[in-house]
Design a binder for this molecule. Structure first.
Ligand SMILES: [Zn+2]
Length: 200
């Protein structure tokens, strides 16, 4: 791409670092901003800057949060006896969207993958065990993708949780949810949580 402006080129390069944004799309976005009032770009930049500066991980469940503890963990109307274990923050968003679950969450931040070099210590397992150790947890729901890595993770977790008196369940299989929860349609995902089965 031949740029007549270094300023334009730098902005295009910046946009093009984002996933799914190629140079052409980046140029289109930047030119869009150029055609708008300066104030709009100012607000755009400050929204992103503010988010990056202040966003943090909830120290209880590892969800994304504006405070040190997220608004799901602090919500007293939720069922504190049930924890739904998910791989990523996006899974929480997908499950919340279904409005079929009113318990707590725990974000693993990945799954165990011997081939990928990801072991139990590389994901948020220790903090989950600590939560269960504190007591009061009746059920752990594994809302993890039905992949080899996902199954390995569920198996590992269930072994770790064996000594605690908690019920372990998995979200219903047989419903196709395309690998990742976030791609599941809300109705199917909601149903699969309601129709969860005991893991054995
Ligand atoms: Zn939280």
């Amino acid at each position: 791409m031949n740029f007549s402006s270094k300023l334009l080129e730098d902005a295009v390069e910046a946009f093009a670092t984002l996933p799914g944004i190629g140079k052409k799309t980046a140029l289109r976005l930047v030119l869009h901003l150029v055609g708008q009032d300066k104030l709009i770009t100012k607000e755009f930049v400050s929204a992103i800057g503010n988010m990056r500066e202040h966003i943090q991980k909830c120290k209880v469940c590892h969800n994304i949060s504006d405070e040190s503890v997220c608004n799901i963990c602090t919500d007293k109307r939720r069922d504190e006896t049930t924890i739904c274990v998910v791989e990523s923050i996006r899974d929480i968003m997908a499950i919340e969207e279904t409005a079929q679950f009113r318990g707590m969450y725990h974000v693993l931040g990945g799954v165990i993958s011997p081939i990928g070099g990801i072991g139990p210590d590389d994901i948020n397992i220790k903090t989950l065990l600590e939560r269960v150790q504190k007591g009061g947890i009746v059920e752990i729901i594994m809302a993890i993708s039905p992949t080899i890595e996902g199954d390995t993770t569920i198996f590992y977790l269930s072994n770790q949780l064996k000594s605690f008196n908690v019920k372990i369940s998995t979200i219903a299989r047989g419903v196709s949810f395309g690998g990742e929860l976030e791609y599941a349609d809300g109705l199917t995902l909601g149903r699969s949580i309601v129709a969860r089965t005991v893991y054995e």
